[in-house]
Design a protein around this ligand. Structure first.
Ligand SMILES: Nc1ncnc2c1ncn2[C@@H]1O[C@H](COP(=O)(O)OP(=O)(O)OP(=O)(O)O)[C@@H](O)[C@H]1O
Ligand SMILES: [Mg+2]
Length: 151
């Protein structure tokens, strides 16, 4: 299965799509969020959190790098932007192989730590409130997930 591409025309639409991904998520899933500043990575994560049954409001974790939320499954929200020039390892493997769902913003800055199998979610800015979301699954688990997402 190749990529899934969808267009959204508001933050709410992006969140309702990512909420569905949250509902279908399984323990140990890893989502790599790509996209420029302000593309909508954190907005996407908010919807995902709702889909995981998380009641707390997800905010941008810029100063904490990793935030944990409890829901049907835990959510580990990482924003590794500040690790651009560092090769610090904050115990990433334990998150990736844990019981929760990990979302990584600016994953390119920790590329050497990322698991081989994952779902890449790229958010492209195409207008003031238009975005294109491109999902690329790597590994059988994520191919299956993408199929379910489009049913
Ligand atoms: N279709 C859309 N989908 C998502 N966000 C949208 C959309 N249209 C407008 N927006 C707005 O774009 C902004 C996206 O900000 P957000 O913090 O989610 O981006 P980000 O990719 O996490 O940025 P950063 O790289 O700074 O972490 C929000 O203000 C959101 O309301
Ligand atoms: Mg963000």
């Amino acid at each position: 299965m190749e990529q899934i591409k969808i267009k959204t025309s508001s933050p709410e639409e992006t969140m309702s799509f990512s909420k569905k991904l949250g509902e279908l998520s399984e323990p140990g899933n890893v989502y790599i969020l790509e996209g420029d500043l302000g593309a909508g990575k954190t907005t996407f994560t908010k919807g995902l959190a709702k889909g995981l049954g998380i009641k707390r409001v997800v905010s941008s974790p810029t100063f904490t790098i990793i935030k944990e939320y409890n829901g049907r499954l835990p959510l580990y929200h990482m924003d590794v932007y500040r690790l651009e020039h560092s090769d610090e390892d904050l115990g990433f493997d334990e998150y990736f192989s844990g019981e929760g769902v990990t979302v990584v913003e600016w994953a390119r800055f920790i590329s050497e730590h990322l698991p081989e199998e994952h779902l890449t979610i790229e958010i492209r800015h195409i207008g003031e409130s238009e975005r294109e979301i491109v999902l690329t699954p790597v590994g059988d688990r994520y191919i299956k997930l993408c199929k379910e997402l489009m049913e």
